[in-house]
Design a protein around this ligand. Structure first.
Ligand code: TYD
Ligand code: MG
Length: 453
């Protein structure tokens, strides 16, 4: 086979180079130039009439094949996948090293291998290590096939011969193709390898799982470059030292995004947590300043989580605004609104924020609890333990309603919360037993409640 021509291409502006350089002349960006295989353009493609391979169809005439969804054996994983695994789809699972990617995939393929032929390709562990883990977890292993290889061309050769229905690649960072001369794990290799795997999966209707590592620095060769190539992107959230692992769908062509699946890491592998609403509630017995519970709704279920704030004298020229589990930008914005509309000045003070349990909250419903937590730490006054709050804060100091108010309130009432401070429109007509629901329309009103709690 003739060696294909290589080019180097800037990932930002598309300028081509015959060899690698550090900075692109086109856009002046650094480290954006990546090795690529120079595919010869298909002959006669845009050169006039190209034959009759494609047809124009009226939408009304399109017939749909009922998507076949296989159950992964775990309701929580099925939920994030949008109801199960679709044949021919490519699913990327990203997350920090050691978070449980190999474990969940091994459990899933072992379950699937009872019905369909499944191949687990491991580039990181030996077949012995994988088998040891599977035996320890007590997984059905009889029809599970293993391959320890990192060379994409060899892997595809095996796969074409064996034709598995489910294919797992663990991990894409270890794979390489001989078309490129760069090292495994580089952007060029990761992308080229994934491209070949995905096109194989699409052509043959094989369900493909790809494991990708993300490093803390957001890594150059991380799975981010793969996100538009695949149908579904799942990310592991949560800290490694925490028992609970959260899988979030960040992209899904076959289901809702931001759906969460919640698992507990046990000595027997990942176990699903089917009633997760209160797993993050492990507060100290005493009331402490700077802590409040909120009912968040990431995905389709309400979850009760603790938001903590610490406001302290700053010794820096630029006081710090740090937040874990919430956007730091949003925190800065909320502090600005608090200052402008209620005169609460936090400049000169460090403000730290934390969502307990490693959950990431992206919805603005966390605004009101953040304000209460910050106020509580600022004034050094604890909030009652049976209080919850949720609501979005606008730049004009108004409190706006959030979706799913009733579900959040019901969940909180179920777990014994007695008072809720919520946006006016979220109060609802039906009274909840044992719960006093206080409506707020503005930041001023919220602060008045705080003073009188
Ligand atoms: P692993 O799936 O190997 O992580 P990844 O593939 O994402 O790098 O998970 C490794 C972690 O999970 C390790 O810290 C140990 C823990 N673990 C358990 O606690 N119990 C188990 O049964 C298994 C298999 C792993
Ligand atoms: Mg692994």
């Amino acid at each position: 086979m003739a060696k294909p021509k290589l080019t180097f291409c800037c990932q930002t502006c598309g300028t081509l180079y015959p060899k690698w350089t550090g900075q692109c002349n086109g856009c002046n960006e650094w480290n954006t130039i990546v090795e690529e295989v120079n595919q010869p353009a298909a002959p006669s493609r845009f050169q006039g009439y190209a034959g009759t391979e494609t047809v124009i169809t009226r939408m009304a005439d399109v017939t749909l094949n009922e998507d076949i969804r296989l159950s992964s054996g775990s309701q929580e994983l099925d939920r994030v996948l949008g109801g199960g695994i679709i044949m021919g789809s490519a699913i990327l699972i990203g997350g920090d090293p050691g978070i449980g990617k190999s474990t969940i995939l091994l459990q899933t393929v072992a379950h699937l291998s009872q019905e369909s032929k499944a191949l687990y390709v491991t580039g990181e562990e030996s077949p012995q290590q994988v088998t040891l883990r599977a035996r320890r977890l007590g997984l059905p292993e009889k029809h599970l096939w293993l391959l320890a290889d990192t060379h994409i061309d060899t892997i595809l050769h095996h796969v074409q011969k064996e034709k598995p229905r489910i294919l797992v690649i663990d991990s894409i960072q270890t794979m390489h193709t001989s078309l490129l001369s760069s090292a495994p794990g580089s952007v060029g290799q990761v992308r080229e390898s994934a491209m070949q795997l995905v096109s194989y999966a699409k052509q043959t209707g094989t369900a493909l799982f790809i494991v990708g590592h993300v490093t803390k620095e957001g890594s150059l060769a991380g799975p981010r470059v793969l996100e538009h190539m695949v149908d579904t992107v799942l990310y592991f959230e949560g800290e490694q030292d925490n028992r609970y692992r959260i899988i979030r769908a960040v992209k899904n062509r076959f289901g809702a995004v931001n759906e969460l699946g919640i698992f507990a890491m046990t000595e027997k592998g990942l176990r699903e947590v089917s009633h997760p609403s209160a797993i993050f509630l492990s507060r100290s017995a005493q009331e402490v300043p700077g802590s409040i519970i909120t009912a968040t709704k990431e995905g389709s279920r309400p979850l009760l989580v603790e938001v903590q704030a610490l406001v302290d004298q700053s010794h820096m020229a630029n006081p710090r605004r740090l937040s874990v589990g919430l956007e730091t930008q949003r925190l800065s914005m909320l502090l600005a609104v608090m200052h402008r509309h209620s005169g609460i000045a936090t400049h000169g003070l460090d403000v730290f924020l934390n969502v307990v349990g490693g959950l990431q909250i992206f919805e603005p419903a966390a605004d009101l609890p953040v304000i209460f937590a910050v106020l509580s730490s600022f004034r050094n006054r604890p909030l009652p333990q049976d209080l919850i709050a949720f609501g979005e804060l606008g730049l004009a100091g108004e409190i706006r309603p959030v979706p799913g108010g009733q579900e959040r309130l019901k969940e909180a009432a179920k777990h014994g919360f007695k008072t809720a401070i919520v946006p006016q429109a979220n109060v609802g007509k039906n009274k909840l037993e044992g719960m006093k629901v206080l409506p707020v329309q503005s930041l001023k009103e919220a602060i008045t409640y705080f003073e009188n709690l």
